[in-house]
Design a protein around this ligand. Structure first.
Ligand code: PEP
Ligand code: CO
Length: 450
């Protein structure tokens, strides 16, 4: 049996550690950080190389229009909110949305949770000032605590290890829910029927009835519904904290290649996608399917160089651009990027994040978004791709299964004054359960009309 030489890949990974890395915490205790990193290095992988390879194939199918990707979950997961009920309700929301989108797109929906690792946040300022007191900004539960005290805001490397355990427990439950019968299409459809029986949602009744008919037709044809009791479900997070991602990056014994085993799909955010920085270097060295966020500020030349770096083989499914342009900007800013990338021969997957270009502060002082802007950006994204003859591959949504009041609008008509009722996000506002389903029905309608 030949042994695979992994010296080069490991040396490359180690060399990347010397590159400038934006948005990293200033860990006050170097020895404690080294201990935490060493501990993570000894822990088992959270996901397996083979699963990442499957997701890469699914992303490739989405780039050709043969699948549609739904990525969804919290802006920032927290340790306190990693409870069974919260995880169940988030998975349930994604399954419900996926069922509706499957009908709309007439292709399989690839389900990806922004979950089990979404514990670190980039911040526009490294400090926060309240009533004259300035403290380090909250950077996610894997770094510090949201509470506004000097002790809580001090970065604590033990949190990296806690983040691993919280992710592991979350993933364990997600695997149980999606493999143990909870994802049965018949239940999911029943939950969706519950949604449309609410009078406010009557306009979605036609789609629910169409799905009903399709299910009866399938049953009459002898479809094996028992085979649909389980579903594939993948985990994604922003690969921000390199002190977490690097020790969980492992050599796959089959191929000798590196995989970030902290999650199936790893994305690089708008603030850390520096071509010469440590984040892009890191993702270029691992085999996971990779996402890169692009705002309207992204320069097409830079985007082409990014493809050369992260996807030099032009491998379908390897690279996904998650565009987050803003409802008023997407129709102007997206076409030049898509045109240049398409002309270069690259085969990327295009996903729409209609959340991060549409954030503003409400009159009542909350960071929020309008449901209508979210829908409008999705509409613009579809129109641009339709106009160019390219493929809109999926959606990336900040959502929760709970009835929070963080985004304005939707059929419950959440207003500025309502935001204070149940605003629980420690970072960006999420669509609540109802708004998420409403989005899925509206998008299914957009897809179905084409
Ligand atoms: C996020 O996804 O929460 C985020 C910070 O996004 P972006 O990098 O696009 O700003
Ligand atoms: Co966010």
């Amino acid at each position: 049996m030949s042994t695979i030489d992994t010296t080069d890949v490991l040396a490359g990974l180690a060399a990347g550690a010397d590159l400038p890395a934006a948005q990293q915490p200033e860990w006050p205790d170097r020895a404690a950080l080294d201990r935490a990193v060493e501990t993570l290095r000894t822990y088992p992988p959270l996901v397996f190389a083979g699963e990442c390879d499957v997701l890469r194939e699914r992303m490739a199918a989405a780039s050709r229009g043969e699948a549609f990707v739904l990525q969804g979950g919290d802006c920032a997961e927290t340790f306190a909110a990693a409870t069974a009920n919260n995880i169940r309700d988030r998975v349930k929301t994604i399954l419900q949305m996926a069922a509706v989108l499957t009908y709309g797109a007439s292709v399989p929906v690839v389900k990806v949770g922004r979950m089990a690792g979404q514990y670190a946040k980039p911040r526009s300022s490294s400090t926060e000032t309240r009533e004259g007191v300035t403290l380090p900004a909250y950077r996610g539960d894997m770094v510090n605590d949201f509470e506004f005290t000097p002790e809580s805001r001090l970065p604590d490397p033990d949190r990296l290890v806690r983040g691993y355990h919280a992710s592991s427990a979350t993933l364990n439950l997600v695997r149980a829910f999606t493999q143990g019968g909870f994802a049965d299409l018949r239940y999911v459809h029943e939950w969706n029927r519950g949604f449309v029986t609410n009078a406010a949602n009557a306009r979605y009744d036609r789609i629910a009835r169409d799905i009903d008919k399709a299910m009866k037709f399938m049953a009459a044809c002898g479809a094996d519904f028992d085979a649909m009791r389980t579903t594939e479900f993948f985990a994604a997070h922003e690969g921000l904290l390199l002190d977490y991602e690097r020790p969980l990056t492992r050599v796959d014994s089959r191929t000798g290649q590196l995989y970030d085993t902290a999650g199936h799909f790893i994305w690089v955010g708008e603030r850390t996608r520096d071509l010469d920085g440590a984040h892009i270097d890191f993702v270029s060295r691992v085999r996971n399917p990779i996402g890169i966020k692009l705002s309207a500020k992204a320069d097409p030349e830079m985007v082409l160089r990014m493809i050369d770096k992260v996807d030099p083989e032009r491998e379908p499914g390897r690279l996904t651009f998650i565009t987050r342009m803003g409802a008023g900007t997407v129709r102007d800013a997206l076409p030049p990027l898509v045109e240049r990338v398409t002309a270069s021969g690259a085969q990327v997957t295009w996903i729409c994040d209609p959340m991060h270009g549409n954030t503003f502060e409400s009159t009542t002082g909350y960071k929020t978004r309008r449901f209508d802007d979210v829908i409008e950006e999705v509409r613009g994204f579809f129109d641009v791709h339709q106009g160019l003859g390219t493929v809109p591959g999926g959606l990336h949504i900040e959502l929760t299964g709970n009835d929070v009041t963080e985004c304005l609008g939707g059929f419950e008509r959440i207003s500025d004054e309502d935001l204070s009722q149940r605003y629980e996000s420690v970072c960006d506002p999420r669509l609540n359960h109802q708004q998420s389903l409403e989005l899925a029905f509206l998008v299914a309608d957009m897809l179905n009309r084409d």
